[in-house]
Design a protein around this ligand. Sequence first.
Ligand SMILES: Cc1ncc(COP(=O)(O)O)c(C=O)c1O
Length: 420
Amino acid sequence: MPQILDTALDAVGHTPLIRLDKIAKANDLKCNLLAKVEFFSAGGSVKDRIAKAMVIAAEKEGRLIPGKSVVIEPTSGNTGIGLALACAIKVAHPIASSREYALNTTDKGYSVIITLPNKMSLEKEALLRALGAEVIRTPTEAAWDSPESHIGVAERLQRAIPYAVILDQYSNVNNPLAHELTTGPEIIEAVVSTPSTSEHPSSGKVDVLVAGAGTGGTVTGIARAIKKTHNKDCIVVGVDPKGSVLAGTGSNSPSDNVQYTVEGIGYDFVPDVLNFEDIDQWMKTGDDESYAAVQQIMRKEGLLVGGSSGSALSGALRWLQSDAGQQIANTEGLNVVVLFADGIRNYMSKSWFLQIALEAEPSAMAGVISGILGKEKTTNVNVKLAETPASPSAAERKPSATLALSDTAARSASPQIVSH
Ligand SMILES: Cc1ncc(COP(=O)(O)O)c(C=O)c1O
């Protein structure tokens, strides 16, 4: 890669593969536990890759006309952020081979409208608006094929707005293809190019891949890259939240009627881009284990990931304890790659994050600080966590410095997230 990048779009992808040695040790794993950490991408998630790929492909096909087209997309947020970023950057081609481009002044990208279920975070909406997109909230409980759902509203808008295009991550081949051509090869390259040493023995292969599924494009595309070009015996584990239908058998099996708050994974229908043949095993995960895993990832590995990364890690650890996974877990040098789809930036106001951040066990230093500053202690701040998905009151919470001086006994008595 050149040192100076032309635009932020060139900083999409190229994310690191990072060892999770402390978590591996805490779980008695002999295999290598590696995380593909996608929040390092320009827009902050794995979905930047498909947004960029879908926009470039649609431009080539003539489906998008700079300065004219309106990009509409139903999304759980991250695809929208990637699209809004790409569309903000895009300008009418200066080559102006077509008269239409020449007539447009050069500085025009595409307008973007994002339809976003209510449960998705305030942070995602704010980022979308900051990038210039319009955001329409839709009822979370609306069935995917109802006119009120994020998909239904997007389709209604598309029919009414001239030059509107839905790139449609649920059926667009460039969704899994972006991962087959970028995410997968990056993982393979990182594993293959890292030599086996006595400290870090390596099979030189990706032996297991674990990734959450929303549209399924990520897990399908990476699986294809690995199985086609690198290791056909790689075991691919998909992670699906309890309450979603994706981990069924490919049919729309009824979900177990659980509401889940983890964002970006799980659906009430099976998207076209999810290919069940590429996925060998499924793990179902719950909210509590996912958020407990996020806390472990932050505290033990210093990685500021979002909720679905916790689901992926929790699913991976439980699979490694299962009959199918134990042999892998107990074999030195085997490489288990877990995909961390986005970062905590998207969820800072969510009650689950504020709980693990502000209500965790006080650190060893808390008692020391109280001893020194005891007389100056402020009164205990009443940490009332927001119940609603996007409550501004949570975002406006007092700075944590105030909380750091609050009564430690009261803090340790507050509810703890269950840890595994
Ligand atoms: C946070 C998060 N994790 C995981 C995924 C799953 O990705 P995919 O749609 O490729 O299955 C998404 C997708 O939006 C996401 O936003």
